[in-house]
Write a protein that binds this ligand. Sequence first.
Ligand code: B12
Ligand code: SF4
Ligand code: SF4
Length: 300
Amino acid sequence: MARYAVGRDYHAVLAARLRVLADFIEAEAPGARTRLYTDTGPVLERELAVRAGLGWFGKNTNLIGPRGNSWLLLGEVLTDLDLPSDDPVADRCGTCTACLDACPTGAIPEPYLVDSTRCISYLTIEIRGRIPSDRRADLGDWVFGCDICQEVCPWNRKTAPVEDGAFQAGRHLEERTLADLVRLDERAFAAEFSPTALERPRRRGLVRNALIVAGNTQDGPALGAAIDKLEDDDPVVRGAAAWALGRRGGAGARHALERARAGETDTEVRAEIETALDGAADRPEVRPPVAVPPQGVKTR
Ligand code: B12
Ligand code: SF4
Ligand code: SF4
């Protein structure tokens, strides 16, 4: 999980705090107009932040901010007050290319440029339907978002853990395994994942991602749970379950896929099942390791 998703949804947290700032501005300067944004409108937040002197635009395209690291989220109060800005902060990336070198999908083809279609963050959070089959392996073990190009940044090395209560890991992640995420139904998702950033891809997207990660990591319990997901109400989830079982291979997976094929009416899911059956035929069954203790969902 990307770090920003472990606590409460930052959109709600920052909006409430921006409101306090806007009220202060309006009280100090009667008649001033204000408008709040935090990833909530067509505002180029990083560019405004650079122009406001809050930091520099790193080669991974994240703003490296006032305390010299990029583990931050942006929110802004737009106002028609004439205010002075801070001095600009110089770009301190220098000759470093750690983020470009570490991106596992080549999504930073050149400094200061991210190709969203290759970025794990985009694939796991923004795509609403099926993730293209040739991109699924790219997810690796990321179920939601990706932090790799920030983890490797030397400016982030000495960052202290955040103390703000709103951003501590919430109940939705404690002791949760990949199999738990695969098993989520609509009711459990609504009860446990609101209000967190994980709501954005909806249950469909989160379970789809968990299934793909199960296929990538060969997580035995999660692949076991994938069999039931062949009967999920959502075709995107059924298709991802088929893909994961195709990666598992073996007689059990083949049997489940053949049974699902017989009852499947959605053409795209049927195609996923056919492809998965072809893949499963070539693979011996992957057995889960013996006595795996629950690992919990982790951020790294
Ligand atoms: C679309 C989007 C994405 C897309 C595309 C990201 C990208 N790098 O382009 C995807 C889904 C991939 C994504 C991923 C992530 N995102 Co995002 N994303 C956005 C969003 C909604 C819009 C950004 C955008 O594309 N705007 C449109 C384009 C045209 O603008 P732009 O790329 O910013 O470019 C303008 C300026 O930056 C400037 N510019 C461009 N190049 C350069 C170079 C220099 C030197 C300078 C000075 C200026 C400059 O000119 C451009 C035109 O004016 C913003 C919120 C917002 N409203 O700004 C969050 C936002 C950028 N994301 C954020 C975060 C946290 C992430 C992730 C880290 C989440 C995660 N852990 O998975 C990843 C990081 C991936 C990465 N390496 O960028 C934060 C960034 C915080 C920070 N420290 O910078 C933001 C600001 C949300 C927020 N409110 O905090 N994201
Ligand atoms: S968030 Fe991950 S996939 Fe996206 S550019 Fe950074 S390292 Fe690459
Ligand atoms: S890893 Fe290096 S190049 Fe990338 S943003 Fe950090 S300092 Fe800049």
